[in-house]
Design a binder for this molecule. Structure first.
Ligand code: FAD
Length: 412
């Protein structure tokens, strides 16, 4: 049974029955994921076995709407399940984010957006293709957006181009940090329609098969943390995809990014889970209850008690903001909710790392040996604040600007 002290939502009392069921599936997979995590981290290898388990348990279809055969999880339910996985294996939770959002965004999130009847019909047909791959064939999707330019931050059009040809599109360009490189069956690529005077409004979201001719995976992968994500480069040279590869109709991704900003907070659940894991480890360690360690208690020292109290306060502050943000998320949120979304992403990412730092300091030298999970949590937690489009820096940038300027306001 999961320990309710460490559940993402505490005692889960306010959750719906389907939310409780999905979280309990994630909890049941968690201990095995935690056992495997050290190996994926050491080898910087992809967690294929975990994905087999996610497939068998039905969680690959978590965010596929029920009428397409999935579990129909909404944004909040997805986030709680993802944070639950994050307690056990950060790399699995982070890559699961890329996969699950490839179904959440074209799924219930797109239902909130304006489309013409023709776009709706197109979207319905195309997303059925994508959802059926996930639900019937157990396909896994990645989300390679980053290019090393200002594009992934939303400040410039993507340099990867899609050129219209008979029956489909030709894709050319390069993506960096493509989590699930070599593991995904499809890469959900953000690119720009090849037309004169291109802007971010011309962004297209395309599913490229992993086996497509012209797609090459390049570069090595030996990073500080989140090593199991295997986030290598993708190079596209005249890669052909059929018309039904578009995961959203023309212009709809741009609309989603503007009107459903919480879509960019979906990385934070992973790090919320890591923060909880760091706190849980500390309590277990100071109580002398870590499996495989001598049962030496360290909890009787006042400095340890104060450190745990500080960690507890920080964790509760982080969790409170996180849970509030999950309830705020909707299309066209208020300014207040939008600013809180930035503040939440910033807080979760920075506090996850801070909690891991405090955990190492208070547990001490033995706690950071490779045989224990804490040093991995520490390294993994460092990566969250770096992830575009809402890095910690960019969250501050947006809060400062949007708090001080109303839309359209300029200085003389
Ligand atoms: C483990 C891991 C997995 C990842 N997986 C994926 C993935 O699956 N898909 C994907 O698309 N990307 C992924 N990324 C990439 C990630 O989202 C960022 O794109 C990447 O970390 C940016 O690295 P960079 O050095 O090129 O950043 P740069 O673009 O050089 O930016 C460096 C920093 O400068 C700041 N900055 C950037 N642009 C601006 C601006 N316009 N104004 C002000 N400040 C700015 C940001 O704070 C940023 O952190 C992953 C990254 C990591 C670490």
């Amino acid at each position: 049974m999961p320990d309710p002290r460490y559940a993402v939502c505490g005692d889960n009392a306010t959750l719906t029955e389907p939310q409780r069921e999905l979280i309990s599936i994630a909890e049941s997979l968690g201990p095995t994921f935690a056992e495997r995590a050290a190996r994926y981290d050491r080898e910087a290898s992809f967690p294929f076995e975990n994905y087999d388990d996610l497939r068998t348990s039905g969680l690959l279809g978590l965010c596929v709407p029920e009428r397409f055969g999935g579990r129909g999880a909404d944004f909040k339910t997805y986030s709680l399940v993802s944070a639950t996985l994050g307690k056990y294996c950060g790399a699995t939770a982070l890559t699961f984010n890329m996969h699950a959002c490839s179904t959440l965004w074209p799924g219930i999130l797109a239902d909130d957006l304006d489309m013409t009847p023709a776009q709706k019909a197109e979207h319905e047909a195309h997303r059925r293709v994508h959802f059926e791959r996930v639900v019937k064939q157990g396909a896994v999707y990645a989300q390679p957006f980053s290019e090393g330019s200002a594009a992934a931050a939303g400040k410039a059009p993507f340099g990867t181009l899609a050129t219209k040809v008979d029956g489909g599109w030709l894709i050319n360009g390069k993506k960096i940090f493509a989590s699930l490189a070599g593991a995904a069956n499809y890469y959900g690529v953000l690119c720009t329609e090849d037309r004169p005077d291109r802007t971010t409004r011309d962004t297209l979201y395309m599913a490229v098969p992993g086996e497509a001719p012209g797609l090459e995976i390049t570069g090595d992968w030996d990073p500080l943390g989140m090593r199991g994500t295997v986030s290598r480069n993708l190079v596209f040279k005249d890669v052909f995809v059929a018309d039904d590869a578009t995961m959203m109709p023309r212009g709809v991704y741009f609309q989603a990014a503007s009107r459903w900003p919480h879509m960019f907070t979906t990385l934070s659940p992973t790090y919320m889970g890591i923060a909880i894991a760091a706190y849980a480890f500390t309590v277990q360690y100071l109580r002398g209850e870590v499996p495989g360690m001598p049962p030496v208690k360290r909890r009787m020292y006042p400095t340890k008690q104060i450190a745990v109290a500080e960690m507890h306060v920080k964790l509760e502050q982080t969790r409170a903001l996180f849970l509030r943000m999950l309830d705020d998320a909707r299309v066209d949120p208020s300014k207040d909710a939008r600013l809180r979304a930035y503040a939440t992403q910033f807080t979760v990412m920075e506090n996850a790392n801070e909690l891991c730092r405090l955990a190492i300091r208070t547990c001490g030298g033995q706690s950071m040996l490779k045989s224990l999970p804490l040093e991995r949590l520490y390294r993994d937690s460092r990566c969250g604040a770096l992830m575009l489009p809402w890095t910690a820096e960019l969250c501050l940038d947006r809060i400062g600007r949007e708090a001080l300027y109303e839309p359209g306001e300029v200085d003389d």
